[in-house]
Design a protein around this ligand. Structure first.
Ligand code: FAD
Length: 471
């Protein structure tokens, strides 16, 4: 049944251009899901615009007529943030996929939202540069989606999350105004930082149509340490000690035995039999001093691990890196039956809190008698507790309860309920709990007021980030 009048639909189609609209159910069905377990509604129309003017015209009509709009790019969201919770239309920015400008001396690249992150880095590699944010989904995720979720990824331990890498943006607000924020320069002191507000806004304020991204020269040389552990808190201590010694690794990942097992065939290394956890650290340096730096880290880790492998061969390193990036998909092989799904958790604590946090999370999972595996970007304190459960009402309820208890552990240890995946519709309750616990629910009220300024008719990505009662 159509929710909006044929007159309104016609106006939207005319504004977008008929060739940029998907009408049939068959073409629209893929948009009912993102990479999370949370399904959404079938969009009334899917608009795949070519430019920001079309987006502005569509959003003006939608605002005037109360048509809800969900935005999407790569569709790899893990929190249900890129599917429809309310009837409406979907804007997919994947046709806007151009790299517009590159300036090496000023260290920036200008991109449209549909540029995939791996494609961007393939392009930059030709110039010996790279864009540091590196979510494991980088093959499919995009500039638009990663900015809108403030994505982190493997290199965040050194370079921070996406928010550190965005200088400016072109953005269409929910009511259809095209705005330009930020600059091409590293510094600016000129009023409110609107660019920062857009980062992590999950499509609730409008549509990002262009971004100015900072870039870096590629590291000269890198090497990798793999270390094996029996005990989870030893992993936390090892990485804390490495950082205490003033070493900031390029990446610092950990994984538990089930995760190792799911990618064991791709790792092609000898893993000691006692192993329950593996730590993977990349160190970068000049060609001359790389081994010196690796040895320094090795000596520290040796206090906690008897078995350490050092790899400097680029091909082997690349193979292991892509196996790690594929860990989530590989975990699906560990399901006990076809009905099971794997729900990826995403919390973060300061690195110093890791040993205690990891211990408490392990205990909580045992108490709940639910199958879960752990991996994550341990160098920046980001832990993914991945829960295996049947996709039934009762199964999801059990996961929600466990997620809430794990979130409370993170909050207690000065952390956050979402490190890099965003809130979507999966974590609204956890976000509310975080601010309730901090005695700062007014922060959430302020966020809603800000949304209202960008999106006065409340049409953009409704139901995401905040609790919202279904009409
Ligand atoms: C296998 C796998 C591994 C992952 N690993 C990581 C990881 O290591 N680190 C990490 O941070 N994340 C990770 N993710 C999560 C996800 O990939 C990231 O959040 C990603 O950055 C989303 O990009 P996307 O283009 O797919 O966005 P989408 O899924 O299309 O959208 C994500 C959000 O951004 C909004 N959005 C999209 N485009 C726009 C736009 N143009 N304007 C305004 N809003 C927009 C959407 O409305 C939605 O709220 C992983 C996901 C998978 C499936």
């Amino acid at each position: 049944m159509e929710t909006y009048s044929s007159d309104v639909i016609k106006k939207i189609v005319d504004a977008a251009g008929k060739n940029n609209v998907l009408f049939s159910k068959e073409e629209k069905i893929p948009y009912e899901n993102d990479a999370s377990y949370i399904g959404g509604l079938l969009p009334e129309l899917v608009i795949i615009p070519e430019n920001s003017f079309q987006i502005a015209s569509v959003l003006k009509i939608c605002s005037q007529n109360g048509v809800n709009v969900t935005v999407r790019s790569g569709g790899t969201a893990l929190t249900g943030s890129s599917v429809l919770q309310y009837p409406g239309i979907l804007i997919n920015t994947m046709k806007m996929d151009k790299i517009i400008d590159l300036n090496l001396s000023s260290r920036y690249v200008v991109c449209q939202p549909g540029v995939r992150l791996d494609k961007l880095n393939e392009y930059l590699k030709k110039y010996n540069f790279f864009y540091p944010p590196d979510p494991a989904s980088s093959r499919a995720s995009t500039v638009g989606g990663s900015i809108s979720t403030n994505a982190g990824g493997l290199r965040a331990v050194r370079y921070g999350a996406t928010k550190e890498w965005i200088l400016g943006a072109e953005f269409v607000t929910g009511n259809g105004n095209i705005i330009s924020t930020g600059e091409y320069t590293l510094k600016r002191s000129a009023g409110y930082d609107i660019t920062a507000l857009l980062i992590g806004s999950e499509g609730t304020l409008g549509v990002l149509t262009e971004a100015i991204l900072k870039i870096e020269p590629l590291p000269e040389e890198t090497g990798r340490i793999l270390a094996f552990f029996r005990d989870i808190s030893e992993v936390g201590r090892a990485i804390s000690d490495v950082k205490n010694a003033g070493i900031t690794p390029l990446i610092a990942e950990f994984m538990d035995l089930p995760t190792i097992d799911s990618i064991r065939d791709k790792l092609d290394i000898n893993i000691p039999e006692y192993t329950q956890f593996m730590l993977m650290i990349d160190i970068d340096s000049t060609k001359k001093s790389l081994m010196e730096k690796i040895t320094q880290a090795q000596v520290i880790i040796k206090k906690y691990s008897n078995d350490i492998i050092v790899i400097t061969d680029r091909v082997k390193m690349e193979k292991i890196y892509s196996a790690r990036k594929g860990a989530y998909s590989s975990l699906l092989k560990q399901r006990e039956n076809d009905k099971q799904i794997v729900i990826i958790g995403d919390l973060i604590v300061p690195a110093s809190e890791l040993p205690e946090t990891l211990k408490e999370i392990g205990k909580k999972i045992d108490e709940h008698k639910i199958k879960a595996t752990l991996f994550g970007h341990i160098g920046d304190g980001n832990i993914h507790a991945n829960i295996f459960v049947e996709n039934t009402e009762n199964g999801i309820k059990r996961v929600d309860e466990l997620q809430m208890e794990i979130a409370k552990i993170a909050i207690k240890h000065k952390g956050c309920v979402s490190a890099e995946h965003g809130i979507g519709t999966e974590k609204n309750a956890l976000l509310y709990e975080e601010y309730r616990e901090k005695n700062s629910l007014y922060t959430l009220e302020l966020m809603k007021k800000i949304k209202n300024v960008f999106d006065p008719y409340n049409i953009m990505n409704r139901g995401k980030i905040f609790y919202e009662k279904q009409d």
